[in-house]
Design a protein around this ligand. Sequence first.
Ligand code: PGA
Ligand code: ZN
Length: 428
Amino acid sequence: MKIKKIDAYEILDSRGTPTVATRVTLENDIEEFGFVPSGASTGSKEAVEKRDKAGSFNGKGVQGVITDAEKSFFPAFIGMEVENQLEIDRKIIELDGTENKAKVGANITLALSLATCKAAAAAKKKKLYSYINTLFNDCFNTNVQMKMPLPMMNILNGGAHANNGLDFQEFMIQPVGFSSFKKGLTCGVEVFNSLKETLDKKGFSTAVGDEGGFAPEINSPEEALNLISEAILSSGYKVEEEVTFALDCASTEIFDDESYIFSDKKKFSSDELINYLKELRKSYPITSIEDALDENDWQGWNNLTKEMGKETQLVGDDLFVTNKDIFQEGIQKNLANSILIKINQIGTLTETLETINLAKENNYKTVISHRSGETEDSFIADLAVGSGAGQIKTGAPSRSDRTSKYNRLLMIDSWENFEFLGRNELNK
Ligand code: PGA
Ligand code: ZN
């Protein structure tokens, strides 16, 4: 089915910041939309969002960028076969011509790439996750099975996502001890609600941060993990056996080219930070740590992987920015053992799938992720299932921008009989 028309809209993300929605209309009048999220603690090598720089929304508007794309970028794709995702994404990359989508803007390229995929799935009358699965397997000549992802739920927010004293950005839980996605998610939701009561009883605010997790005025990781432990116990679940912890330190945000600086002015070298995390892991069942170190501290990452990589999932987010070439170099240098996958860090679906495939080929685990600025769109839920990624990180079960993904997964789970591996997902 051929593409008849492409247009785009300036819409709002969950922080009220403008973002792009692109509509692809096919010759049979099927239309689908691609929505683009936006990060706050971005890696320096991410594909870049293009904004108007002047005018409304303090220069963060995208209407001008959209008007330009409608005039001089989208027309190149009219008449193309919508099912040819690879060719369309190749053309996007070629017409942009930059390393980081700077000419057209990754917000434009991704919106088009995702709308293309959704329209093709609709034209083929296939569920989006199933279409993505076929796309993936055809593209890499492989046979990846669809499965339900283990959630990594950010229930306590700090760093760039909140204005409390917590330096680490995300305190997450993983419901590892359950036999189905639904049971695991239910546990996560109950712990989240129990955390609200725990915080309330202790006189802390229960206001939430950008990703729907609570953002109480606390200062140390230990305090955060103790509060969550208490919430797990009072909701009747077992710490470690059923629920484990995951951290996103987002350490690029606290690195000053030499040391890691915490808000109490304490300075850590990368060795000291590694030792601190090792100690923390002795006291709490932490199964996963993301961006433990700065994106450029590769020697530190190599040490970290040697020191902690056997027992702990070490996730590269700012470190790899979903970029196949950077990731390939990181694999060769033995950095981390897992990768966070964010579609807007790279700017097309095909490149995202290539990075997921590279991870699978090298036994790195994959965690499909939202951004702190999200939309109501649930594409990443289908991506997680369709690519058999294994894990998903999409915030707390609060705020519709987060629950839209969990809700989509609940529906997929009820329609299909896909496997859910729980803890075994981490032990592979
Ligand atoms: P961001 O944060 O979307 O604000 O970049 C998410 C993360 O660091 O994982
Ligand atoms: Zn991160």
